[in-house]
Ligand binder design. Structure first.
Ligand code: MSP
Length: 649
């Protein structure tokens, strides 16, 4: 049975880097995929919606080291925030892949081995710019004024042994794939030219796929010291999560090839060139379509994301203040597929007021209120339909195919614009038919019944069309207008007048309260000013925790007996300290800020009951406490009169 007969649908977001917390930019892709996944489920597809996190690499290794925790501990915390945001935003993902999951590691190792055995991966030398203190390789383009982008120091030419993937050999096939009109592989079309002119035609280079200069990655099974570098690890998530070359899942046959990989423009190159080439080398089918959308930009200067522009608002705050569906709607309504679009709070408030509160919210509340006022909440059987209704029906009849097609190709903004035009048509119908005048004349009650019934039924159809975007609001609307499950399916949106002829309505809560734009902006500005008063290098406050969590930590004063640099590391100092009970070894990443000899004899603060762990081959038993000071760290110090082993509380 082929995939089409099974009617499956596989859609993916990129796997995000958990090097920092999720922001509105990540929300856009994820909400867009969620809307498509929800639409396809309504249309009867067996959907697999995959999202996840890309957790390896030098950046994360470094951040964790700075924070004095393991890379896994570091990503665990941020992944929890991603998952919390997706749950707040009502994201209906079916599977969440982490590149640190065992099954993913297995797949990547198997894929790497197969590509090597089949001659698509070979060993050579990686040449780049090396910053010795940071122990990092950089490409020419990553340098800032020719210096290390991390520490600003000089870099030197250096090379290391590395494996390469024969990307260059796939250039002709990739060009053919991108130019295949029927396949329409890469969307929007404008990106096809970009790929061909910028990358294929100038000559595709083979791709470095392993490293030896850092360790936070998936080991190459057949060559110790090498770890798989970036793209083979990351891209393979789309098949590891289905069980390709691992035993954890068993859905590869069912869902692969993916119907849609969705991402922003900066990683289109990896998805439309490297990923198909890897699959070609593996002899596996290619995904059906790649969608590369634009960026949500922030602040007057534009740019992908800027925390300093003030306009970057925490998505959790936006959801709490204005509602999850308002945020989902606004983001998809403002962003035309393919281009960049600026985000602004003011624009969002205007949208909420005009589209959601005025047009949709009012239509529902006015209609329900009139049914209650004129008919006690239940539409009478006796109705008089007239030609005056045709135009209203037409406005909604024209929508379903257009909306389905637009949502499926991420043209949400166009689809929503059309739906809200139909909603405006329904509001106009109220003005044209003047129910309040019909209500005054007993003989016109059948006409009034038909008018209100028509309105309820159009609201039903609008709410079905909006469900993929506003999955919290549509069910509330269905409840208010008395629409039961059978008449809220996707199929039922094609037909008019499906509500029971004597339908009963229920007054409900206001769907979208109006926002006082000026007041709200003032309020947000106040919040931003308060934030601006806080130096930007301060970590945000962590949530409250139980006293027991604090009590579980054993904090002590310790005396430094010896201190020396860890060989080959520019960051780590190795201490022997006296904790009052005896001596122990502990490492700390403060070598850049202290001469080892200056610390000998000092009395420092230390967490003594952390589980031991290895860094650069040395065991570290506990953690020296230090305080962030600008870009550096200072140890927490006590005067000499404090005894070794004294309890800190
Ligand atoms: N880990 C890689 C992707 C590997 S996929 C096999 C990565 N991660 S990322 O965290 O940087 O995420 C980039 C993606 O997040 C973008 O491609 C896009 O989907 C989303 N966005 C991040 N910022 C965005 C905007 N400002 N606007 C729109 N989308 C944005 O790259």
């Amino acid at each position: 049975m082929d995939k089409q007969e099974k009617k499956t649908f596989y859609i993916t977001t990129p796997i995000y880097y958990p090097s920092g917390n999720p922001h509105i930019g990540h929300c856009y892709t994820t909400i867009a995929c969620d809307a498509v996944a929800r639409l396809k489920r309504m249309q009867g597809y067996d959907v697999m919606f995959l999202t996840g996190t890309d957790e390896h690499g030098q950046k994360i290794e470094k951040k964790a080291q700075e924070a004095g925790i393991t890379p896994k501990e570091y990503v665990d915390e941020i992944v929890a925030n991603f998952k919390k945001l997706w749950s707040t935003l009502n994201i209906s993902y079916d599977r969440y892949v982490r590149t640190t999951d065992d099954y993913h590691i297995k797949t990547v190792q198997n894929v790497f081995e197969k590509l090597y055995k089949d001659g698509y991966i070979y060993k050579s030398e990686y040449k780049g710019k090396y910053c010795t203190p940071c122990e990092s390789f950089w490409t020419e383009s990553q340098l800032v004024n020719g210096k290390c982008p991390d520490c600003g120091r000089d870099v030197t030419d250096a090379s290391e042994e590395a494996y390469f993937f024969k990307l260059s050999q796939f250039a002709p096939k990739l060009k053919e794939l991108l130019l295949d009109e029927e396949k329409n592989f890469l969307n929007p079309k404008s990106r096809v030219n970009e790929m061909i002119h910028n990358f294929i035609d100038p000559g595709l280079q083979d791709l470095c796929v392993s490293r030896t200069s850092f360790t936070w990655g998936i080991p190459v099974t057949f060559d110790e010291g090498h770890i798989v570098y970036v793209w083979i690890d990351a891209l393979t998530n789309y098949i590891s999560a289905l069980g390709f070359m691992n035993d954890t899942y068993n859905d590869y046959e069912k869902y692969w090839p993916a119907d849609m990989h969705v991402m922003a423009k900066e990683i289109v190159r990896f998805h439309s060139l490297i990923w198909p080439a890897i699959l070609m080398a593996l002899g596996e089918p290619l995904p059906n379509k790649i969608y590369g959308h634009g960026w949500i930009t922030f602040g007057a200067a534009g740019g992908k994301m800027s925390k300093s522009k003030g306009n970057v608002i925490d998505p959790f705050v936006l959801c709490e203040r204005y509602g999850v569906d308002a945020l989902r709607y606004d983001i998809l309504r403002e962003m035309p597929f393919g281009s960049d679009a600026p985000y602004s709070n003011e624009q969002m408030f205007t949208r909420i007021n005009s589209d959601l509160a005025n047009d949709l919210g009012n239509l529902v509340s006015r209609t329900v209120a009139m049914v209650i006022k004129y008919f006690g909440g239940k539409i009478p059987e006796d109705k008089e339909f007239t030609d005056e209704d045709t135009d209203l029906y037409n406005a909604f009849d024209a929508l379903p195919d257009y909306v389905s097609e637009s949502y499926s190709s991420l043209r949400f903004s166009e689809a929503l614009e059309r739906i809200f035009r139909a909603i405006a048509r329904a509001n106009k119908y109220i003005d044209e038919t003047c129910p309040w005048i019909l209500a005054k004349d007993e003989s016109k009650l059948p006409r009034l019944a038909a008018v209100l019934y028509n309105l309820l039924d159009c609201i039903r159809r609008a709410a079905i069309l909006l469900y993929p975007i506003m999955p919290n609001t549509s069910p509330k609307i269905f409840e208010q207008i008395g629409a039961t499950a059978e008449v809220t399916t996707w199929d039922s949106v094609y037909k008019k007048n499906l509500l029971p002829s004597d339908v009963t309505v229920q007054k409900g809560e206001v769907l979208f309260p109006r926002i006082d734009v000026e007041k709200e902006i003032e309020e947000l500005n106040k919040q931003l000013e308060q934030q601006a008063d806080v130096p930007s290098d301060l970590e945000p406050l962590k949530p409250l925790t139980k006293f027991d969590n604090f009590a579980a930590l054993d904090l002590r004063a310790v005396k430094v007996i010896s201190c020396e640099k860890v060989p080959k590391s520019d960051k780590l100092l190795k201490f022997i300290v006296n904790d009052g009970f005896g001596e122990r070894q502990v490492l700390s990443g403060i070598a850049k800020y202290y001469k080892p000899e200056d610390l000998i004899g000092k009395t420092l603060g230390m967490i003594v009951n952390l589980e031991p762990r290895k860094m650069m081959g040395y065991e570290s038993c506990g953690m020296i406490m230090s305080v962030k000071d600008g870009d550096g760290y200072r140890v927490v110090e006590f005067d000499d009169s404090i005894k070794a082993g004294a309890d800190i509380s």
